[in-house]
Design a protein around this ligand. Structure first.
Ligand code: PRP
Ligand code: URA
Length: 216
């Protein structure tokens, strides 16, 4: 734990960083259009990944610098990032910018707006998800239904070392995920107040996919 984080418990890391707070203001502001929304979403994801990967293992490697030989470090295992379509795609470029060696699987989930239940429509994952850490990426953790179903799909595909990055989490979603998947650490840029009667996060940012792609 650094001074730049607050945490509700060890499985929920909520960032408390001035730069991220500043960028969240742009993201939440209803006057922010899709182009700056996408750019800032990607930037926040890039900043968050630094902490999300803190517990990743490394292997020692002998190298020669121009001066001498020394023991350096390579990331161990094969890292997989899995965005939940659509909105998760908006965080991928920022993550790959700082971790270009990661591969990308895709899960498509749409929340039925009347039942709030997730409907899976795409599952395109690497075969050997057990080969290293897997990071699930979705900006919104609302009821937690989509994230819980996505994590079950990842576990069914072999993933065992799992984390989730989201931008805004609701307490209801955090509780659901901790109940369904207590082994998965959640990293959130902000923990908001509650869900409204339509299942939207309050104060939140609205519909992340619509705001990203200008389909509001
Ligand atoms: C949003 C969001 C999550 C889900 C969260 O996706 O990106 O996937 O809702 O809600 P939950 O925690 O209650 O399941 P949405 O279904 O709106 O699809 P979209 O990204 O295509 O807009
Ligand atoms: N999905 C969103 O995009 N926003 C919310 O507030 C809740 C679910």
């Amino acid at each position: 734990m650094t001074n730049n984080q607050s945490s509700t418990n060890e499985r929920v890391i909520v960032f408390d960083h001035p730069l991220i707070a500043h960028k969240m203001t742009t993201i939440r502001d209803q006057t922010t259009t899709h182009r700056p929304f996408r750019a800032v979403l990607s930037q926040i994801a890039g900043l968050m990944v630094y902490e999300v990967t803190r517990s990743f293992k490394t292997n020692p490697v002998e190298i020669k610098t121009p001066i001498t030989t020394t023991t350096a470090h390579h990331l161990a295992g094969t890292i997989t990032i899995v965005p939940v379509l659509r909105a998760g795609l908006g965080m991928i470029d920022g993550i790959l910018e700082v971790m270009p060696e990661a591969r990308v699987g895709h899960l498509g989930m749409a929340r039925d707006e009347s039942t709030l239940e997730p409907v899976a429509y795409l599952n395109k994952l690497p075969k050997d998800l057990s080969a290293g850490p897997v990071i699930l990426v979705d900006p919104m953790l609302a009821t937690g239904g989509s994230a819980s179903a996505a994590i079950s799909m990842l576990k069914d595909a072999g993933a065992s070392d799992l984390r989730m990055i989201c931008l805004v989490a609701a307490p209801e979603g955090v509780e659901r995920l901790q109940l369904d998947h207590p082994d998965v650490t959640i990293y959130a840029a902000a923990l908001d107040d509650h869900l409204n009667e339509k299942g939207y996060i309050v104060p939140g940012l609205g519909d992340a996919g619509d705001r990203m792609y200008g389909t509001v």
